[in-house]
Every structure is written in structure tokens, then in C-alpha cells.
Ligand binder design. Structure first.
Ligand code: CUA
Length: 324
């Protein structure tokens, strides 16, 4: 009992964290459900084996040995020590391997290229019909469709993981890894980088918005449509954005900003977070991010602009927030 109590305490603690937008045990997709089922089967299987082994060990300390029991003991070793583990482990192995071919089936239509950058996500939608759409730090996908992700990285190894939708896959420089995910429940989930990649590894997350198929199609089509030109204060914000050279690294479709070093900002205002999940996307946070980039997000490539007047920061933040 003394041995088991802390173990049960730990399990109870661990299970307390088993729900929410970032839990592999609260699946919202087919692949994640397979992973969660596998976890529970393995856990219960291991629990049964552990109980039997402990039971036999306790039994062994309490019986006296005589000739008859030595023969029983030999049989026990053969069946309990060889046959039983071989059968149980083989069954668990076959059950686990059964998932592999399913996870490798190709997607059905939409392909999304995702690159792990320092420390953000470059996203490119490649629908079967319709133009490509570039975005960053947020992924939208239709419910009930197998979406194929092509995962790459230009510098260091990152790992792409949406725990509620499926297993994680590494993003390795010089290589393209494939991952197919099928979401089963609409909602907003959280993806993370699951491979230590530098100072802001922990600040490298993204939202995953799973939408009904018609809503997703409408959203994707709208992304390619041109945006109305800003007027008034927003136009001033755009001019400041361009004058300060932001367009050298960032792109905003329909303007002179065509940089590809940093995240595409064409629909920045529609994203829930800023800096790849670092802060909620509010005007105050955007102004702060521009002025104190390195404090908010250590070792990020973007330089800080502490000398920009407060008014200019506010105007740029308002302009970026209007890009929806
Ligand atoms: Cu990217 Cu850790």
C-alpha cells in the first residue's frame, strides 16, 4: 500500500491535466484518438502485468519450498516468465504497429506547408483549386478532411505538435517530413514546438482553428481577395510601417512590403496571438512587441525599435490590427 499510494497520487495529478486545448488525452482528431487509445491500452496492460508480477513476488516470499513446489516453480518460470511476457509484449507491439500504415496514408486535398523558423511558424496553404495563401503562426483546417502537412525547417530542428489532433513530427533542415491529420471536432486548439530550438523555444506556439468545411472554404477564398486601402489614421500607420523599413522583412499583400524574412502580416489583425503565441493580439501588446522585441521574446531575429515615438507605435499597431 505504501508503495502504491504515491503512484496513485501521481496518476491522479497527471490526469488532472488531461483536458483542454493542448492535451493529447483529450483528442479532437482521428490520429490523436488513436494515440490516446494506445496510451490507455498500454497503461492498463502495464498495470495488469505489474499487479501480477507483484502478486507473484509477494507469494514467493510466503511459501516454503519443497520438492513439489520446486516443480510448480519451474512451470511458473516457463509460463509466467517466458510465455506470458512474449504473448503480452507481442500483442501490444502488433497493436502499436497497426497504427503506423494508417498514419502514412496521403491527404485528401488541402496541403499545408509549415516551416519552423526562429521562433515562429511560416504557413502556406496549397488548396487543390484556388490560389496559394501565405500566413504565419496560425493554422486553419476543415473538420472531417485529411489535411497533409509538409514540414521543413531552414536552420535548426523544431518539432510540430498539435496534441489534440495527432502525434508530433520533427522539422529537420534539408528534409521534408509529412504528417496527415484529420480533425473531428470544430474548435480552437493549441500547437507547440516540441523540440528545444533556442532561447525562445517556449515562446513558439500557434493556434489551430478547426472550422466546418463551407466556412473554411469561404475563409480560404477570402484570404486571396485584396484588402481595402487604409484611410485616415490607419493610412498614417501604414506609411510609418513602410518608412521604418518593416517591409524589408514582412510582407503585406497589396503594399510595397514584400519581405520574406519575418512572418507575413497580410491578415495579422485576424490572429488571436502575437509573436507565435507569446502575447494576446492587442494594440498595446503590438506596440510593446515592436519597442522591446528582445525583452518580450529573447533572441528573436527582429530588432527592437525603442526609439520610435509612442504615437508612431500606436499608429503602426492600429494599422496592423486593421489587417483582417
Ligand atoms: Cu522551435 Cu522549439
Amino acid at each position: 500500500i505504501l508503495i502504491r499510494l504515491p503512484a496513485f497520487g501521481l496518476v491522479a495529478l497527471a490526469l488532472g491535466a488531461c483536458s483542454g486545448v493542448q492535451s493529447a488525452l483529450d483528442p479532437a482528431g482521428r490520429e490523436a484518438r488513436d494515440v490516446a487509445d494506445l496510451f490507455w491500452v498500454m497503461l492498463i496492460g502495464a498495470g495488469v502485468v505489474w499487479t501480477i508480477v507483484l502478486g507473484v513476488a509477494v507469494y514467493a516470499t510466503r511459501v516454503r519450498t519443497d520438492a513439489h513446489e520446486e516443480i510448480v516453480g519451474k512451470r511458473l518460470i516457463l509460463w509466467g516468465g517466458v510465455v506470458f511476457p512474449v504473448v503480452v509484449l507481442a500483442a501490444l507491439l502488433v497493436y502499436g504497429l497497426r497504427l503506423m500504415p494508417e498514419l502514412r496514408q496521403p491527404g485528401e486535398g488541402l496541403r499545408v506547408d509549415v516551416a519552423g523558423e526562429q521562433f515562429w511558424w511560416r504557413v502556406r496553404y496549397k488548396p487543390l483549386n484556388g490560389p496559394e495563401v501565405v500566413s504565419a503562426n496560425e493554422i486553419r483546417m476543415p473538420v472531417g478532411e485529411r489535411v497533409e502537412f509538409a514540414l521543413t525547417s531552414p536552420h535548426v530542428i523544431h518539432a510540430f505538435w498539435i496534441p489534440t489532433l495527432g502525434g508530433k513530427v520533427d522539422m529537420i533542415p534539408g528534409r521534408e517530413n509529412r504528417l496527415v491529420l484529420e480533425a473531428e471536432k470544430p474548435g480552437t486548439y493549441r500547437g507547440v514546438c516540441a523540440e528545444f530550438c533556442g532561447a525562445s523555444h517556449a515562446l513558439m506556439a500557434f493556434d489551430v482553428v478547426v472550422m466546418e468545411k463551407p466556412a473554411f472554404d469561404a475563409w480560404l477564398a477570402a484570404q486571396a481577395a485584396p484588402q481595402p486601402a487604409p484611410t485616415g489614421d490607419l493610412a498614417r500607420g501604414r506609411d510609418l510601417f513602410l518608412q521604418n523599413g518593416c517591409g524589408a522583412c514582412h510582407a503585406v499583400a497589396g503594399t510595397e512590403a514584400k519581405g520574406e524574412v519575418g512572418p507575413d502580416l497580410t491578415r495579422f489583425g485576424a490572429r488571436k496571438t502575437l509573436g507565435a503565441g507569446t502575447l494576446p493580439n492587442t494594440a498595446d501588446n503590438v506596440a510593446r512587441f515592436i519597442a522591446e522585441t528582445d525583452t518580450v521574446k529573447p533572441r528573436v531575429t527582429m530588432p527592437a525599435y525603442p526609439a520610435l515615438p509612442r504615437d508612431d507605435l500606436t499608429a503602426i499597431a492600429a494599422y496592423l490590427g486593421s489587417l483582417k
